[in-house]
Write a protein that binds this ligand. Sequence first.
Ligand SMILES: [Zn+2]
Ligand SMILES: [Zn+2]
Length: 377
Amino acid sequence: MRSRRSLLLGPARLCLRLLLLLGYRRRCPPLLRNLVLRWRYGKVCLRSLLYNSFGGSDTVIDSAFEPVYWLVDNVIRWFGVVFVALVIVLTSSIVAIAYLCVLPLILHTYSVPRICWHFVYSHWNLILIVFHYYQAITTPPGYPPQAKTDLATVSICKKCIYPKPARTHHCSICNRCVLKMDHHCPWLNNCVGHYNHRYFFSFCFFMTLGCVYCSFGSWDMFREAYAALEKMKQLNRNKLQVAANQTYHQTPPPAFSFRERMTHKSLVYLWFLCSSVALALGALTVWHAVLISRGETSIERHINKKERHRLSSKGKVFRNPYNYGCLDNWKVFLGVNTRRHWLTRVLLPSSHLPYGNGMTWDPPPYVITPPDSVLAV
Ligand SMILES: [Zn+2]
Ligand SMILES: [Zn+2]
C-alpha cells in the first residue's frame, strides 16, 4: 500500500520540483510560479496544523469524537437543572405518599412503640437526605487559584492554561479545573470535588438507606395493594364480559372507591421506585465506598490502574500516596478526629470543612504512618 502511494507521489513531487526550478529561473509564466509558491505555502500550513509530537491514533480518535463530546457536555450542562428537579419531585412524591397513604394505615395497625420508632427513624433519615443533597448542589467543589501562587503544581491544564495542583482535573462540563475532582454529577448539576465530596457520598448513602427502609417497610402494604389492584382489574374484566353478554341483571359487585384506588396505586409506585433506586444507587454507593477505602477518586482509579501496570512491567510496586489505610481514609474523608465526631459529624447534619485546602496533600496529624510512595498525579 505504502509502495503504491510512493509510486504515485514520487512523479508528482518530481514534477513540482521541476516546475519550482523553472519558476526560480524565470523560464515559466508568473501564474505558474505563483501557483507553485501557493502550493508550498499550503503544504507548510497543513503540516504545521497537523504536527503533534504526541500525535497518534488516540489523538485522531479524540479529534474525530470531539463533536460528540461537545454535544454530551452541553446536554449534561443544560439538562442538569432538569435532573435536579427530577430528584426533588420524585423524593417529594415518596414523602407525600408516606404521609398521606402509609401513615394513616400504620396508625391503625402498629403498636405505639413501633410507630414512635418509625416516626423518629424516617424523619432522621429524611433530614439527612435533604441536608446532604442541598449541601452537595450548593457547595462549590473547590477551584485552584488562577493567579500567581507559590503552590506546588504538577502540570499545566491544557484548557485553562493555568497550573494544576495534585489531584486537580479539568471538568469539560464546568469548563474549569476542579480540586480533587471525582466526577461531574448530572443529578447534582455540580462537580464532585474536594469541598462537596463528603456531601455527595453521604447523600447517596442516606438516600440508599431511606429507599431500603421504604422497600422493606412497605413490603406487606405493597403486596396487599398489588393484590387489590389485580382484583380490581379482574372485576373490570368481568364487568365488561357481562356487559358484552347482556346478562347483567344482578346488583354489580362492590368496586373500590377513588381514594382506595389511588392509595393502592401510590403504594405500588412507592415500592417500585424505592426498590429500583435502592438497587441502582446502592451499587453506586458501594463503588464509591470502595474507592474511599482505597484513598482514590473515580478519576484516580483509572490513573492509578495505568500507573500500577506501567510500574509492574518494570518490576516496581505502585503505592497511592493518598492512601493512609482503610480506617484513616474514612476518618480523613468524613473529617472525624475524635470518637464524638462519628455522632456529630456523620450521623447528624454537619457542615464542617474537609481537611486541607485541596491543593497540598500533607497527611493529617492523626494519620500515624504515611506510606512511602511513588507520586501519583
Ligand atoms: Zn482546566
Ligand atoms: Zn463539572
